[in-house]
Design a protein. Structure first.
Length: 591
């Protein structure tokens, strides 16, 4: 047992005293996450949620859905169905008084006309049960395949499935995804809670994703993989891999919680994050959450790996590195919030630097005190909701900063001024059209950001960026449209345009965080998109029809056009696909 494991175990055991119930989180990129963000901008419900910190607590989502329903100025059938979806999805956290009278599927309180409004008096209960469970055992409630609700113990079990097929005009054979898994969550005595899922995947990606895998020896969002040849589809260049998430948590007190697990996190309000995203593989972590007054303070202590390679023969442990991250969000008013982010990535021959376990110290001061070569990043973000329709948000990231080279020196474009900027706007019920949501976002990251002289200390995991999937040396514009014309149907369109520079074989232009920024770099006159300049346009459209709770019929179109100054790097991709999906929420591969 190394020092990290023993140290975290001691801290974890210490936090098991004086505990009470704590909530597990909803899946990232899920419908529940989208609806929650929507209701927070509309400002009709009261909630302790700070939306910068994802994934969201299921308990918080349930509370927001009840509060938003009670306070809604008006609601139509789509609104009511969305509220019911959130209540079904998180029914274990509905207030006990609301569960005394149960509503069956046949006794549906939301059969009013589209223009009708509802109030709390029309709803006998938020808790819903099926009249005729499958074999009297399964699907007793709409959202859960199997569940146990007895004094001192609650359990929810759900299958995970994604079967999809597609065709690329520029590639032979059929694209496909075959994903099967199981998801389990629950709590014991209302004090300890747990969550786990395991997902097995065989898939063939479009050509640009295959290029990423060959370049970085890693499947986006996953870890180790093996090649998979499908006799059924007579195809090559397919992959087989498994992934799992698991965590267990407790509440230290009313305001402080602790979680030990294996998973991913996201910090920010944007489609992208310049601080921490869930693009890379899962990692082992200890998380401390402190929510008091207008503050939400989160500490993450993470065990990462700088490599995705494993020897072909024999057993060996992948190299390790570590990260300590803290983020403080201050909700000045219900509409206005600012946040401070700080992270450090380091390696100590498989030992954690114990001084970084201090949850309230600035990591830069620790780095200077111990004379370390660690990689420290800091950032500031903001969020402002206004007119109950708009959210203005953004992030500023500083990796390194030298004032003299910006304002005093005649030599501009110093490589060490590594930073990133994000700004965006969300527009709910746009143009007066109910359930039409728009989002616009701009991202910019200067060359060499996230990289380090010790490549082990780059802001990466499994050779994948921990923040923006494009790494550094780019500008990007994002536009997203999401429309729910009826409660079962969701339409989404995405437009992404980026201008960026790629590294050359013998020249480090600052695009990849994996490269040593002390070697083959350009010290001055660095500009965004330097190197092998390219532009990239992505157009994507999706239609999702909800057949049953979290069971979707999907149709997708994606067109990607990369135009590089080096003609050999040009690549056009067109993909058309369809599939059926249950309890799976894959991230979009928009890079």
């Amino acid at each position: 047992m190394n020092r990290l494991t023993s140290s975290l175990a001691a801290v974890f055991l210490l936090f098991q005293i004086s505990i009470s119930a704590q909530s597990y989180t909803a899946p990232a990129h899920s419908m529940a996450e989208w609806l929650t963000d929507r209701y927070l901008i509309l400002g009709e419900g009261e909630s302790q949620i700070h939306p910068e910190l994802k994934p969201f607590s299921r308990k918080d989502i349930a509370g927001l859905a009840v509060s938003a329903f009670k306070n809604a100025a008006e609601s139509n059938r789509r609104d009511n169905r969305n509220f019911q979806y959130l209540w079904n999805e998180n029914n274990e956290f509905l207030p006990d008084t609301l569960m005394e009278t149960e509503v069956s599927e046949s006794n549906d309180p939301f059969q009013s006309s589209e223009s009708a409004t509802s109030n709390l008096a029309e709803i006998h209960s938020f808790y819903k049960k099926n009249d005729h469970p499958l074999f009297g055992i399964f699907y007793k409630t709409p959202a859960n395949f199997f569940e146990v609700n007895v004094p001192g113990f609650r359990l929810k079990v759900n299958p995970m499935l994604n079967v999809a097929f597609g065709k690329s005009q520029d590639e032979k054979g059929i694209l496909f995804a075959n994903q099967r898994g199981l998801e389990i969550r629950g709590d014991v005595d209302g004090k300890a809670w747990f969550y786990t899922n395991v997902l097995e995947t065989q898939t063939k990606f479009p050509d640009y994703v295959n290029g990423f895998i060959k370049k970085y020896n890693a499947v986006p969002g996953n870890g180790l993989f093996k090649n998979f040849d499908s006799k059924l589809f007579n195809t090559e260049n397919a992959y087989d891999f498994a992934n799992a998430q698991a965590n267990v948590g407790f509440n230290v007190s009313k305001h402080i919680g602790v979680e030990l697990g294996h998973g991913r996190h996201n910090i920010g309000n944007g489609y992208r994050s310049l601080f921490l995203s869930d693009f890379s593989n899962n990692y082992f972590y200890l998380k401390l959450n402190t929510r008091v007054w207008k503050f939400h303070y989160q500490n993450l202590f993470m065990e990462l790996t700088p490599s995705a390679f494993k020897p072909a023969t024999g057993d060996s442990i992948l190299a390790k590195k570590y990260a300590a991250i803290h983020y403080l969000n201050y909700q000045i008013t219900p509409r206005l919030a600012i946040g401070f982010f700080e992270a450090t990535v380091f390696n100590r021959s498989e030992n954690f630097e114990l001084q970084y376990l201090n949850p309230v110290i600035l990591y830069r001061t620790v780095e200077q005190a111990i004379g370390s070569p660690d990689n420290v990043l800091i950032g500031l973000d903001w969020r402002y909701n206004f007119l109950k329709q708009f959210q203005f948000y953004g992030q500023i990231l500083l990796d390194e900063f030298d004032f003299n080279f910006i304002f005093k020196s005649k030599q501009r474009g110093y490589w060490g001024n590594k930073n990133g900027v994000q700004t965006g706007l969300k527009y709910i019920n746009a143009l007066g059209i109910k359930h039409l949501d728009l989002q616009f976002e701009f991202n910019q990251v200067r060359p060499y950001t996230y990289s380090h002289s010790d490549t082990l200390n780059s802001f990466t995991h499994y050779r994948q960026p921990l923040a923006h999937p494009m790494g550094a040396n780019f500008r990007e514009i994002v536009g997203i449209l999401r429309y729910q014309p009826i409660h079962r149907l969701t339409l989404q369109g995405r437009f992404l345009f980026s201008k960026y520079g790629e590294d050359e074989a013998a020249k480090n232009w600052g695009a990849s965080p994996l490269l040593d920024n002390e070697i083959n770099r350009q010290d001055y006159d660095n500009k965004i998109s330097q190197g092998i300049m390219a532009t990239q346009t992505i157009l994507a459209a999706e239609m999702n029809w909800q057949l049953y709770h979290n069971l979707f019929l999907d149709f997708r179109i994606l067109m990607r056009d990369k135009d590089s100054k080096s003609d050999g790097l040009d690549l056009k991709t067109s993909v058309f696909g369809a599939g059926i999906r249950m309890n799976i929420w894959n991230q979009n591969l928009d890079f």
